[in-house]
Design a protein around this ligand. Structure first.
Ligand code: BG6
Length: 476
């Protein structure tokens, strides 16, 4: 089927909106999460009460997206804006009305809304009272939330993403991604398995409801992909790489597409004597959802290298646990440069991810998050010459175009991260991602006035040329 390539960008609304207690909204885990300790971070400047004030600027922000020529915009409908506590029966009308206005405004500008569910926005109450998605009751509250959104936006929202980076629900990261923490005394591998089961069920629940309410909508699963390359051609590094790729990147999308427990994940449990299982009814839900899944969405920032452990005297299971653990996995690639935060820049990694996903699942693939964080400020004339961002996108979009036009991958679209600046996942403003600068500093909120960066005009040209003109020659 010939359809328009979905050029645009994406954001996470809890990181951008602010207005965190306005119009009946409840607190989310992102609002209450303590700021991770990092040099120079002062937690008092990292609250989400204003963020970059997208709540009050959304029309202006959408006007600017339209000026860039966006065909699509991905945002998240913040759970606690619709269900402030999460376990109440009735949705908050003001929250629904807010997103409805946003959707109507996008459509009036010819921009297709792509709506994400669950993006760091678990209602804080569900996290504190039930331990988030660790507890299956929370899946039924989520089901109610999804139904309320699906019914309200039926016929208006065509593209849904069930869960942002659902494969990152592991280790200590699960507090922000799933509102859950490992119960005291529980083994971390058992916790990991339990969460993988529950998240596969969360995703399936959303697909089944969305398709029941609106059979014409398109639903995607969305892992965060960090493709691994073998560090060397030593066969042990190749085996380590294969293992890392499957465990890090594939478990949830395999559940979502194949509708059953992935064989290597079953073996993971067996080799570690973990007996926890999904029941037949739950497996049926997963099976049924897999038949309705339309596309594979994913975020991509960088690649990693995989290396077999030095100590070959360890058992195979011990070696695996060193290759794939619950902190950051993989090692740096000596061929690549990195940004200020040490994230390596690898446009071919994006091409590689697209090829691998299409090869594995044979479904349309959609890049829904890709960008670079830079610590930057406008000059006295309100200008920002962000050539570093342009260079990053040149590499990454080249990877997308090569995958689409040369390799023959069915790529649905490309959404950059992000249209405008907002708080990073560490809740601070210094790591800016936007094509549009938001004038606030770390310490001073100011008026959050919007300014076009140089990359704004460059990306406009990229969209106009369908990704074929990436030259950095815009006058600014
Ligand atoms: C992704 C998240 O994991 O990474 C985003 O979906 C986040 O919400 C992005 O902003 C970049 O990470 P960070 O830490 O630079 O904000």
């Amino acid at each position: 089927m010939d359809r328009q390539f979905l050029w645009g960008a994406a954001t996470s609304n809890v990181q951008a909106e602010g207005a965190y207690l306005e119009d009946g909204k409840g607190l989310t885990v992102f609002d209450t999460m303590p700021v991770p300790e990092q040099p120079g971070i002062i937690s008092q400047y990292c609250d989400t009460s204003i963020a970059t004030d997208h709540y009050h600027h959304y029309k202006e922000d959408i006007d600017l997206m339209a000026e860039m020529g966006f065909k699509a915009y991905r945002f998240s409908a913040v759970w606690a804006r619709i269900h402030p506590l999460g376990d109440e029966e009735e949705p908050n009308e003001k929250g629904l009305a807010y997103y409805e206005d946003m959707i109507n405004y996008l459509l009036s500008k010819g921009i297709e809304p792509v709506v994400s569910l669950v993006h760091f926005d678990m209602p804080d109450h569900l996290s504190k009272k039930y331990n988030g998605f660790y507890d299956k009751r929370v899946i039924s509250f989520y089901a109610r939330h999804v139904r309320d959104l699906a019914e309200r936006f039926k016929g208006k929202v065509k593209y849904w993403i069930t869960y942002n980076e659902l494969n990152h629900v592991k280790g200590s990261h699960s507090d922000i991604t799933a509102g859950a923490v490992k119960p005291k005394g529980m083994d971390e591998k058992e916790y990991f398995v339990h969460m993988q089961h529950n998240i596969a069920l969360v995703h399936a629940t959303a697909v089944n409801i969305l398709k029941e309410v609106d059979p014409d909508c398109q639903v995607g699963v969305m892992p965060g992909i960090w493709p691994a390359y073998p560090m060397t051609c030593d066969p042990d590094d190749v085996i380590a790489c294969e293992y890392l790729n499957k465990m890090e990147n594939c478990i949830q999308s395999d559940y979502a597409v194949f509708g059953e427990e992935p064989w290597y994940f079953r073996q993971y449990k067996k080799n570690r004597n973990i007996t926890c299982e999904l029941n037949e009814e739950e497996l049926d839900q997963i099976r049924s959802a897999s038949k309705k899944l339309d596309f594979i969405a994913f975020s991509y920032y960088s690649s990693v290298c995989a290396k077999a452990p030095e100590d070959r005297g360890l058992s195979l299971t011990e070696q695996e646990d060193l290759v794939y653990g619950f902190g950051p996995n993989g090692t740096k690639n000596p061929h690549l440069k990195a940004n200020e935060w040490g994230w390596q820049i690898d446009g071919q990694g994006l091409r590689y991810a697209l090829i691998r996903l299409y090869d594995r699942y044979h479904k349309p693939v959609f890049v829904v998050e890709n960008g670079i964080g830079i610590d930057e400020t406008i000059d006295e004339n309100g200008k920002l010459y962000d050539d570093g961002r342009i260079a990053y996108y040149q590499q990454n979009i080249t990877g997308v175009i090569q995958a689409r036009d040369h390799d023959g991958v069915n790529v649905m679209g490309y959404l950059a991260w992000s249209p405008f600046d907002f708080l990073s996942a560490h809740k601070e403003i210094r790591k800016r991602y936007g094509f549009i600068y938001v004038d606030r500093t770390f310490e001073d909120i100011r008026e959050c006035k919007r300014y076009r960066k140089k990359s704004f005009y460059w990306y406009k040209k990229v969209i106009e040329s369908d990704g074929l003109d990436l030259i950095n020659d815009v006058t600014y």
